[in-house]
Design a protein around this ligand. Sequence first.
Ligand code: HEC
Ligand code: HEC
Length: 263
Amino acid sequence: MSEEKLYSLRNPWFSISVGITAAIAVLAALVGLIWLPLLQPNLKLAGIWDAICSAAGVPGPSTQAGAAPPAFKTSNVVVTPEMLTRQDQVSIGRGATLAQRCAICHGPQGVSDANSPNLAGQFAAVTYKELSDFKTGARVNVVMSPFAANMTDQEMRDVALYYAYLPRVPSSQVNPNLLPPAIVVTGAPMRNIAPCGSCHGEIDVKAGSPWLGGQSAVYIKAQLQAFASGARRNDISEQMRNIARQMTAGEIDQVARYYEAQP
Ligand code: HEC
Ligand code: HEC
């Protein structure tokens, strides 16, 4: 019996099986990287290289061209957990003077009698972010925007620290016995809604999430409706818009009344 070498191209079994394996690999690559991506009607790929990039999950020519900035202003504030957490008496003092202009709507103690949002005890990072968004036009409100338009960055920080320093005042609707609606505690996983309490208190407070307790139900409801319709779109990564769009009118009513009744 001839001692034929196993790993040799002269061995027909070896060359045929290697050949078949290589052919399967090439075919699979053609199908997976080129043919299947090009079949997707909504991908709008520019060519073979684009299809390969898209299948491999790396940015290709079309995704780079497609990453056009949105047609509206987005927030340019980056909120970090440490942002504006240090009490600075000088800054608070300057903020108190500046806040006199805001008192007619937000109340002399940062608690509004009208339905403007309460600012007393609001996290400074939140007040600062909202003010800069009003200033840059990322958030728009005909009544409020003009007041932020001329503020300097330092003034916004001062006034934010001042309001954070003022004590929170429970609204006249306060009712600590009101049970939280399910959406606040457990969210609605089937609709991709995380519990409100995981960002807004109760469970955890995430940087940049406003304190909602004691805020008027009218204001909360209006903001949720604005997020849902896209009229307010300064939330980073659409985190509130994605939630509000999925909420029912009944749930919006319920959470608004619940948060208004919180201290
Ligand atoms: C003429 C009334 C008026 C005045 C004066 C005013 N605001 Fe406002 N402010 C509003 C209204 C109304 C809103 C809610 C806007 C909305 O619905 O989007 C608001 C919203 C805000 C918010 C966002 C709050 C949140 O929880 O998102 C901040 C922060 C704020 N104002 C700060 C100020 C500061 C600081 C001043 C003074 C320099 C000021 N405002 C002056 C009416 C006013
Ligand atoms: C993943 C974290 C997160 C979850 C979950 C979340 N929120 Fe928010 N929410 C935010 C952030 C951040 C903002 C501030 C957006 C911005 O930058 O202006 C916000 C803003 C709001 C505002 C506007 C407050 C103001 O003063 O302007 C309301 C009202 C609100 N959320 C209600 C809710 C309700 C109700 C739920 C549950 C159904 C919820 N949120 C769940 C993070 C969250």
